[in-house]
Write a protein that binds this ligand. Structure first.
Ligand code: F3S
Length: 781
């Protein structure tokens, strides 16, 4: 029966449980041991479950994800690349979500109208490209990508990739949802198996039963802090202020921002059932902050309830019948195990400037004073993809109502970002939005807004030291308001509300009192809220556009005069000859991350325009020749100039060039622009001591040759005015080094060996000029 159930109400692809179960059986037999949930979901999506080598932390898995999701900032280049592949339609269900380009200024309605106007061209492009190539389009105002995915597309056992780092949010509904760069999305949409280094699995065992987040149950404890405290003595250290967010705030404190690298974080244990589905999503969402590949929870009744309340009874029934696939085995082997007793978990506040600097609320005031963090709070912000569920909003409203009863409101501006149109419409219908407005709150558009720096903040000047508290996930320097002196603290929406009410960072709602309008002291009761709306969700406005069955007639308009969008021309095919006498554009010294290769900040505006964004190429990389940034010698004219302009001059003169680099070249992100730009401006090879792997793969995809010195000391043999020849490329083969001739200015030559990691398929990409060109060749045959 599972085969008949659709993966989503919005597209017809069948729920893949039957196939996943078959694959799982094959892998299980091969491994002959108990498996973690992460492994079950991942390995059942293998392209070749019979032959694939599986070793955690070592093998590269070739996977077949079920879906692709893209947000509007990253979707531009992904769709442009897909278009240049020449394929008629995407191979797997995919969606585009307009959420990142809406700036918070005044309030939801006006901000949305302004964003639609400013970004008209980009939205139109994404909408028509979606229609033509079969990608669902969620209009601006529909909500934040991860919330829309949870409401409509995530399901237990799903394998999805998304072009946003907080894609793991879907783990709250038992899916493995992984954040990737646009180039990976293009692969999957073009039906190329997606490669992932087989992750390790970190188990987080939740023990003890946190006071459940079901309104009904919490209401039993209603009756003020006194009653709550009395109860606490009996049943351990339960606290109604502790929320799902505190689990990840605590885990981030334990594992730090790097602790999850290369691993999936898998939650399990008896405490799991005390967390709502959206609460589990919050935890998985913020797992991105510890560098985890993704995070996931096992299928349970809380997920079932959420599936049903979002109109997916059929999926819930199918999941109930497939629990073997959707839960870990009894002796699931974890690479690392963390135990967390929910009874002992205190509310936490993390920050400033890094999400892993965790302080329990009881210590925060003390820590803040010692560290000289500003104690006065300037702004409170709740919502975002991390914490904007109906339950979150309801729990905040319960605090607000009590404050209003005592005649007090938020002391500071209080911004609310609903995660989706459905959440917005439902909290509006149920009076929660009005309660938050009565508190002094502003309901912003259903979009990322201040979370991604789309915030026209006016209350403090640049450089002014100040504190803000948010229920977001990330608090890197300058992220929200571009002010490096803003101290941003991330915490639960409940604590943001309480702290906004007090206006101070050293307020602890569990122990401290507030003064009511009548001058009397009062203590806040434990927050409570319904997990799911009793009257069901109100869908609000229809903000989704399904692609037509035949999109071939749809016109995708990209104006040739646009400065934000530009169609991609396919890169040239390799001419079959050796790359001889390449000019060195720049010999980079030291760290060269994808940010050094393709800077962010103001350049983000040009993400859909390869030629314009290429003006940021290598502008912050250090030139080994003079130790300076963005200053290289044009070897034709002898003049010094910026790197991008010099590359353009070479390109115009038909001079091919290469780059020489240091260790771990291209570390940082999966930003495909860092590979596209050098290729666009005439680069052919990048020769370094070592590569960060994702960037190395991205270079291969764009038809560049990523090469490493067989002897790292050879880096020093190369002078900036040498000519580099790469020989014997006709016989380029996996594992076979490439001969390199260095020709010095005085005519003397030296030979060195360069290694590469191209496999057979990747060599065909080099020959075709790019992976997309290769796809086109295959499709044409
Ligand atoms: Fe958007 Fe912030 Fe989430 S930018 S996707 S709301 S992390």
């Amino acid at each position: 029966a599972a085969a008949q159930v659709a993966m989503s109400r919005l597209d017809k692809a069948p729920l893949p449980y039957a196939k996943l179960s078959q694959n799982l059986e094959v892998v299980k037999k091969r491994l002959g041991r108990d498996m973690t949930l992460s492994e079950k979901v991942l390995y059942s999506h293998l392209d070749d479950p019979k032959g694939q080598e599986i070793e955690r932390g070592t093998s590269y898995l070739r996977l077949r994800p079920d879906r692709v999701a893209m947000q509007d900032a990253t979707a531009q280049m992904a769709m442009l690349q897909f278009i240049s592949s020449g394929l008629p339609r995407v191979a797997v269900p995919s969606t585009i979500h307009c959420d990142h380009l809406i700036e918070a200024q005044i309030g939801g309605v006006k901000d949305l109208a302004r964003a639609k106007d400013i970004n008209k061209e980009v939205y139109k492009f994404l909408e028509t490209a979606g229609a033509k190539y079969g990608v669902g389009f969620w209009k601006p105002g529909s909500g934040i990508i991860h919330q829309i995915i949870l409401e409509n597309y995530a399901f237990p056992g799903l394998l999805m990739i998304g072009t946003d780092s907080h894609t793991p949010n879907g783990g709250g509904l038992g899916g493995l949802c992984i954040g990737v760069g646009g180039a990976d999305a293009v692969d999957v949409m073009a039906d190329i198996p997606w490669e992932l280094k087989c992750p390790k699995v970190i188990g987080v065992k939740l023990t003890g039963a946190r006071r459940a987040h079901v309104g009904r149950m919490v209401r039993l404890g209603e009756g003020g802090a006194e009653a709550g405290a009395a109860k606490s003595v009996v049943s351990g250290k339960l606290s109604g202020w502790t929320s799902p967010k505190d689990i990840i705030l605590k885990v981030a404190g334990i594992l730090t921002v790097k602790g999850g690298t290369g691993a999936i974080v898998e939650y399990h244990g008896p405490g799991v059932d005390s967390i709502s589905c959206t609460g589990m999503a919050t935890i998985c969402n913020m797992g991105a902050e510890i560098g985890a590949t993704t995070s996931v929870f096992p299928y349970n009744a809380r997920m079932e309830a959420y599936l049903k309340s979002t109109g997916r009874h059929d999926i819930a029934a199918a999941a109930n019948a497939s629990k073997h696939l959707l839960t870990p085995d009894a002796k699931a082997p974890y690479d690392e195990l963390i135990e967390l007793d929910l009874n002992k978990l205190e509310p936490h506040v993390n920050g400033p400037f890094t999400p892993d600097l965790a302080s329990p609320i009881s210590k925060l005031g003390e820590v803040a004073k010692k560290a000289d963090w500003p104690l006065d709070i300037k702004v409170g912000l709740i919502g975002s993809c991390t914490n904007s569920s109906y339950e979150d909003m309801g729990r905040c409203a319960s605090i607000v109502k009590e404050a209003l009863k005592h005649g007090v409101k938020s002391k500071v501006p209080f911004n609310v970002t609903p995660g989706s149109e459905q959440v917005r419409a439902t909290i509006e219908r149920d009076g929660i939005a009005q309660t938050l407005r009565d508190f002094g709150g502003t309901v912003l558009a259903n979009a990322c807004g201040p979370c991604i720096g789309q915030w026209d903040r006016k209350d403090v000047k640049k450089g002014e030291k100040n504190t803000i508290v948010t229920s977001y996930n990330r608090n890197f320097t300058g992220r929200n308001d571009a002010n490096p002196a803003t101290h941003c603290f991330v915490t639960s929406p409940e604590l943001v509300t309480a702290l906004s009410l007090a206006g101070r960072l050293d307020f602890n709602p569990l122990t401290d009192s507030l003064t009511g309008a009548d001058g009397k002291q009062f203590k806040l009761s434990d927050p409570f809220g319904d997990e799911l709306p009793a009257k069901g969700f109100d869908p609000g406005q229809d903000t989704y556009e399904h692609p037509p069955a035949d999109g071939s007639k749809v016109q995708v308009d990209v104006s040739p005069s646009s400065d934000r969008l530009q169609l991609l021309a396919p890169f040239d095919k390799w001419d079959g000859k050796d790359l001889s006498e390449l000019t060195i554009l720049i010999k980079v010294k030291g760290k060269c991350t994808t940010d050094h290769i393709s800077a962010a900040g103001p350049w983000l505006k040009y993400r859909g325009h390869l030629d314009n964004i290429s003006n940021n190429m290598f502008i912050t990389a250090t030139n080994a020749e003079n130790g300076e940034l963005n200053k290289v010698r044009n070897l034709k004219t002898g003049e010094w100039g910026p790197v991008p302009a010099t590359a353009r001059a070479y390109k115009a003169a038909g001079i091919s060039w290469c780059v020489i680099g240091d260790e771990n070249y291209g570390e940082g992100s999966s930003r495909e622009h860092a590979a596209l730009e050098p290729r666009h401006l005439g680069g052919r090879a990048i020769i370094v001591k070592s590569f960060a792997r994702i960037h190395e793969t991205n270079l291969k995809k764009q038809g560049m040759l990523p090469l490493t010195f067989a002897d790292a000391a050879d880096y020093d043999k190369i002078k900036p005015d040498d000519k580099i020849s790469l020989l014997g490329l006709k016989d380029l083969a996996p594992g076979k080094p490439v001969d390199c001739e260095i020709k010095h200015k005085d005519g003397k030559t030296e030979r060195i060996k360069l290694n590469h990691s191209l496999n057979g398929q990747q060599i065909t990409w080099f020959r075709a000029g790019s992976a997309l060109n290769r796809m086109k060749e295959i499709a044409a045959n």
